[in-house]
Design a protein around this ligand. Structure first.
Ligand code: PMP
Length: 440
């Protein structure tokens, strides 16, 4: 009997034993093509020798030193690398161990910033429906997924949720993409006015939505309007790039493609590429300056912040993504993947939408392409696709069910950037087999 507390108590998953490039191999020797990088984590695949060597070298030198006593060369180097490539105005990096921790740190920093500048009434957070920002209580409260939130609602901070920018389902007939973007962005202003803007800390959103909708990018102009509204009411813009950041969409930070300047960015997943658990919160010089010129102390912290071995691994990852050209490869191979998906499923009667950027692609499955009618939730098509794909030797990330009254089945693809063209074909072929089996 296993003593591991599993994700699902009634299912015993295979034992993952070894990584080989884009594949995971289980204890029985079965190979699985990692079409979703787990959950958009494994951007370099599973056996990168340089990252592994960096981990070993750092662990031999110094595995860990607590940031209550020390900084470390790996943490300093990684912060320099990230800031060298970060959007304008972003100047400081706060390290954590994962995505939820990064979001928690962002929320607490936003709160402390307003305390430091003498605006203590600001305490509310606005985010979007059909969003996911993590599973710890602050991050869970920020996310707008009723199913995940409801059981824990009594434990949560106060948040409110506006519509996502979800072109496929949200845009009205005859409405231009630009007008739609302005309309949904303006919901932020309406919600601010309803709450009293002087009580609100921040708006939180993923530039490209991952875990709840499956690689949904914003329409042009959406985030520029969001920025204007944040500025007009003095609230901070927190962009959660835990899934879509670190080269995944074809630029190191996803928001680069939307011409938007965030105050705070959260990253994780691809930062450690799965080799080490690491996340980070990046903030503007203005926010840092308020702390530095005020109390001088961010009232937060975790034991493993700035973990030297994790930072050493992530530095190699960031170097490969930037100087090593892997972010460019995510963009170009992502286009190859998109073209292959469109060739295979562009006319498929049950694929309503194919979307995304770079190596971050989503398929929305529908009962009827013309009416966009979703499948009945009790068919749980997304789960059936996951199972059938796994049987065919492909890992893809399913999501679906009823999310805030909106039914839908989505498949997220977020493969390693090292994928070859032959592996793109293999991925699409296996997904096709899985769709046939699940929809039969
Ligand atoms: N934010 C986003 C956008 C995510 O996709 C996730 C994880 N799926 C998180 C936060 C939470 O990250 P973690 O699971 O590392 O805590």
């Amino acid at each position: 009997m296993s003593h591991v507390f599993p994700r699902h108590t009634k299912v015993r998953p295979p034992v993952a034993r070894r990584g080989d490039g884009a594949y995971i191999i289980d204890a029985e020797g079965r190979r699985y093509l990692d079409g979703s990088g787990g959950a958009a984590v494994s951007c370099l695949g599973h056996s990168d020798p340089e990252v592994i060597a960096a981990i070993q070298a750092q662990a031999e030198q110094l595995a860990f030193a607590h940031t209550g006593f020390f900084t470390s060369e790996p943490a300093e180097t990684l912060a320099d690398r990230l800031i060298a490539h970060a959007p304008e105005g972003i100047e400081k990096v706060y390290f954590v161990s994962g995505g939820s921790e990064a979001v928690e740190a962002a929320l607490k920093l936003a709160r402390q910033y307003f305390l430091e500048i003498g605006e203590p009434a600001r305490h509310r957070v606005i985010a979007r429906r059909q969003s996911y920002h993590g599973n710890t209580l602050g991050a869970l409260a920020t996310g707008g997924n009723a199913w995940r939130r409801e059981p824990f609602a009594p434990l949560m901070i106060e948040t409110s949720h506006i519509s996502p920018c979800y072109d496929y389902r949200g845009r009205a007939e005859g409405e231009s993409a630009e007008d739609y973007g302005q309309r949904v962005a303006n919901e932020l202003e309406a919600e601010l006015l309803r709450l009293g803007p002087e009580t609100v800390l921040a708006f939180v959103a993923e530039p490209v939505v991952g875990a709840t909708l499956g690689a949904v990018p914003p329409v042009p102009g959406y985030f520029r309007r969001i920025r204007e509204i944040c500025d007009a009411h003095g609230i901070l813009l927190i962009l959660d790039e835990v899934m879509c950041g670190m080269g995944r969409t074809g630029t190191l930070f996803a928001c680069e493609q939307d011409g938007v300047r965030p105050d705070i960015i959260t990253i994780a997943k691809g930062l450690g590429a799965g080799y080490q658990p690491i996340g980070a919160m990046l903030c503007s010089g203005a926010i840092y300056g308020a702390i530095e010129g005020g109390s001088g102390f961010f009232q937060h912290g975790h034991t493993y912040s700035g973990h030297p071995t994790a930072c050493a691994a992530a530095t190699v990852v960031v170097d490969k993504l930037t100087g090593g050209g892997l972010t460019d490869r995510a963009r170009t191979m992502g286009e190859t993947l998109d073209a292959a998906l469109r060739a295979a499923f562009g006319q498929h009667p049950h694929v309503g939408d194919i979307r995304g950027r770079g190596m971050f692609r989503g398929l929305e499955l529908v009962a009827d392409r013309d009416t966009k009618e979703p499948f009945a939730p009790d068919r749980a098509i997304h789960k059936a696709v996951k199972r059938a794909a796994f049987e065919a030797g492909l890992i893809c990330y399913p999501m679906g069910g009823t999310i805030d009254g909106l039914r839908g089945d989505h498949i997220l693809l977020a493969p390693p950037f090292i994928l070859t063209e032959a592996q793109v074909e293999e991925l699409v072929g296996k997904l096709s087999t899985a769709l046939d089996a699940a929809l039969a």
